[in-house]
Design a protein around this ligand. Structure first.
Ligand code: SAM
Length: 217
């Protein structure tokens, strides 16, 4: 398929799946329109890259549904100068969306083979304002903290205390919490010593596996 056709599929995706469902943040809409999602999925999944669903990326993991990527990004209320941490790099697609908007993006992935592929695509597409590493993201990235926004893209039993600690004052954390298959997406806002938890939607993510998640396999 030509780049022009992919561009048309992206426009359709943004209008029908994202804007029509209430995503209003112009920075998020522009990023979703720009980032070539098909580059982040395996070859045999490319024809489905702009469909309204998650897709397999190998190792039993998934690239999230486009609407969920947009919704979670909007929850972070990014303006541009922020430092953001993503847990669960997966294909690298969400990191690219964040890197379009925020000044600095850090992303952690526990599976080295996925991170290697994600790095290759992000480098090929010319992203330079991100750092990625293999590790247990439930513990965050202490050396780079605090973060204005933290996004967890795997389902957790509860908010990992390390992530809450590494969230900056007035920072936003978005995370799916609940049993292993079905969770509730929450936006958590830190103001001084106060932590406010807002319901966002219901969702289904692969499990967050780690010390402050579902434990180690
Ligand atoms: N954000 C990804 C994207 O744009 O493709 C999709 C992420 S996928 C739904 C969840 C990812 O979280 C998987 O790749 C999984 O290996 C990873 N993961 C699970 N537990 C983790 C942990 N403790 N630290 C880092 N990554 C983790």
């Amino acid at each position: 398929m030509s780049e022009l056709n992919y561009q048309k599929l992206r426009e359709y995706m943004v209008n029908i799946q994202i804007r029509a469902r209430g995503i209003y943040d112009s920075k998020v809409l522009a990023a979703m329109l720009k980032v070539p999602r098909h580059e982040f999925v395996p070859q045999d999944m490319r024809p489905y890259a702009y469909e309204d669903r998650p897709l397999p990326i190998g190792e039993g993991q998934t690239i999230s549904q486009p609407y969920m990527v947009a919704l979670m990004t909007q929850c972070l209320e990014l303006e541009g100068p922020e430092s953001v941490l993503e847990i669960g790099a997966g294909s690298g697609y969400q990191a690219a969306i964040l890197a379009e908007i925020a000044a600095n993006v850090r992303t952690i992935e526990r599976l080295p083979s996925l991170l290697q592929k994600a790095r290759e695509v992000l480098a090929r597409l010319g992203y330079t304002n991100y750092e990625a590493r293999v590790g247990d993201g439930t513990l965050g990235w202490e050396e780079k903290a605090p973060f204005n926004g933290i996004m967890v893209t795997a389902g957790a039993p509860d908010v990992p205390p390390s992530l809450l600690e590494q969230l900056a004052d007035k920072g936003r954390l978005v995370i799916p919490i609940g049993p292993e298959r079905y969770q509730t997406l929450y936006k958590i806002v830190k103001k001084g010593k106060k932590i406010r938890r807002e319901f966002v939607t219901y969702c289904s993510f692969v499990p967050l596996i780690g010390k402050e998640g579902w434990g180690n396999p």
